[in-house]
Design a protein around this ligand. Structure first.
Ligand SMILES: O=P(O)(O)OC[C@H]1O[C@H](OP(=O)(O)OP(=O)(O)O)[C@H](O)[C@@H]1O
Ligand SMILES: Nc1nc2[nH]cnc2c(=O)[nH]1
Length: 482
């Protein structure tokens, strides 16, 4: 099918008049891509990439599943892997563009009830989101979303751009046979259909390897996100430089280099020019051996890598954890200014968390421990205490510290036990909260991270007693025995 460009002149003019050439170029190029013989997926990837580059946002195409309930990231650019796989998004409870059939803006994701994974948005550093519905055969089939790092009041130009890109995506779907509805099927898609280092076409092997390392460590990256003009003849750009990667977490561009001396010399020259022309831009030229140095800034590195044998990917780096633990410790210090709480740890997974937490708490406190074990009762798994606390709890403020709350069975049992000892107050602090698996609804006062539905190890958590000493929390490659 061929789309005459004149159909879009109004949209093009709107963009051209309203905002930067970047929007105009992205709309124009996306329309042109519709008429190329490329496959649908390649066209959509191109359109999302153009939208991301023009808007300087991470951009994702989310599609609704066949049942009309679940919304999943299908093609995205600039989103970290943990954010893409963060868990099930309910189409009805999500930010609403797919239900209200209109472009929807959220300017502060941390304080908006429509955001289903605020912790993940916080970790990814997103502050504002703009979503516009994608309509196919008069039905909303998904949405294009723009994720901004800044708190941003989206302008009419941004909204017009999002709507135009959504319309172009709808038209791209028109190349499907008319009997097919383009619903999300990412759950059943092989992993290689998702955007990872495995399915981007990189120019060089070293870039593929570097992207895999970044994916492994869950470090957000964007491939070739921006070209910097370096030389001009009049208005015409005669020399450009496109760094290989941008790492939003470090606000740094990375250019990888091979050992070919001729290329290194040219790249060094271009980098020198770039630094002179754009002094605020941080860029590094990396040799292969420099990767480790860079990764160590994230609290991971060669040491962690060797110990991480069998880990598929890192969910929270040592740096992420340290940041969250410090923030929880600040909250706890503020909440118990005068009354020396007792922090109770539950053996054994709590060990790293509690050790780090108490060292960041700025008020006097006591610590104590309990050990529990599980056994099979007549028709269910039961918990029992094999080592109780040593300190007297009556009349004291008690804070129970857990590494993870999953079904809530353990916590429920422990809270009932502690309540019977008449503490003055009883609160719970957990590093990880996997709400999706909850069987007993319990209020948790301090939560480090809301965990997606993944079995995790590291930082005290084990799989058959392995991995407790990893400095990060990751997802093991093995399937967990229930
Ligand atoms: O919410 P629930 O489903 O009850 O699960 C939570 C429990 O699981 C973990 O312990 P685990 O059994 O892994 O033992 P460990 O602390 O010795 O690693 C954690 O420390 C909690 O006590
Ligand atoms: N190691 C580990 N222990 C758990 N206990 C309950 N959930 C988990 C988990 O995800 N990992």
């Amino acid at each position: 099918m061929t789309y005459p460009i004149c159909h879009f002149t109004i949209a093009l003019r709107e963009c051209a008049l309203n905002k930067e050439r970047a929007f105009y170029k992205a709309v124009s190029r996306s329309i042109h891509s519709l008429n190329t013989p490329a496959e649908l997926k390649a066209k959509l990837e191109g359109i999302i990439r153009l939208a991301a580059r023009a808007s300087h946002c991470a951009v994702s195409l989310l599609l609704i599943d066949a049942a009309g309930q679940k919304l999943s990231h299908n093609i995205s650019f600039g989103l970290p892997q943990f954010y893409i796989h963060k868990g099930v998004l309910s189409a009805a409870d999500s930010i609403g563009e797919t239900v209200n059939i209109q472009t929807t803006a959220i300017t502060d994701v941390q304080n908006d009830h429509r955001i289903q994974f605020p912790q993940m948005a916080l970790k990814a550093g997103f502050s504002s989101i703009l979503g516009s519905p994608v309509i196919y055969q008069e039905k909303v089939i998904g949405s294009i979303r723009f994720y901004c790092k800044d708190f941003y009041e989206f302008s009419q130009q941004d909204i017009t751009f999002a709507e135009n890109m959504a319309r172009i995506i709808s038209l791209a779907f028109c190349t499907l046979p008319t009997t097919t509805t383009p619903v999300d099927n990412t759950a059943s898609m092989p992993a290689s259909n998702l955007k990872t280092a495995q399915n981007i076409t990189f120019a060089h092997q070293s870039e593929t390897e570097f992207a895999r390392l970044l994916d492994f460590y869950n470090i957000e990256w964007i491939y070739e996100p921006r070209s910097f003009p370096l030389d001009w003849e009049g208005e015409l750009v005669t020399e450009m430089f496109t760094p290989d990667f941008y790492l939003p977490g470090l606000d740094m561009y990375i250019e990888l280099t091979t050992l070919k001396q001729s290329l290194v010399t040219t790249k060094n020259h271009k980098l020198k020019m770039l630094r002179e022309l754009y002094p605020d831009i941080k860029i590094s030229l990396l040799y292969k051996n420099d990767y480790a140095r860079l990764l160590s800034k994230y609290g991971c590195g060669p040491l962690a890598q060797t110990r991480a044998h069998g880990i598929d990917r890192v969910l929270y780096t040592a740096g992420d954890i340290a940041e969250r633990v410090a923030s929880l410790a600040r909250q706890i210090s503020d909440d118990y200014p005068d009354n020396r709480p007792i922090l109770i740890g539950v053996q054994r997974g709590f060990i790293c968390f509690m050790a780090d937490l108490i060292r960041q708490i700025a008020i006097p406190l006591d610590i104590d421990f309990m050990t529990i074990s599980y056994y099979s009762g007549s028709n269910a798994s039961m918990v029992r205490i094999t080592k109780d606390m040593d300190l007297e709890v009556a009349g004291r403020d008690v804070l129970l510290v857990e590494d993870i709350v999953d079904t809530g069975i353990t916590l429920n049992y422990l809270l009932n036990h502690l309540r019977s000892k008449n503490p003055a107050s009883l609160k719970v602090c957990t590093l990880l909260d996997r709400k999706v698996r909850r069987l007993i609804d319990i209020n948790i006062d301090y939560v480090g991270f809301e965990l997606p539905d993944e079995f995790v190890v590291g930082y005290g958590l084990d799989y058959h007693e392995e991995y407790r000493n990893l400095p990060f929390i990751g997802i093991p490659g093995i399937k967990q025995n229930p």
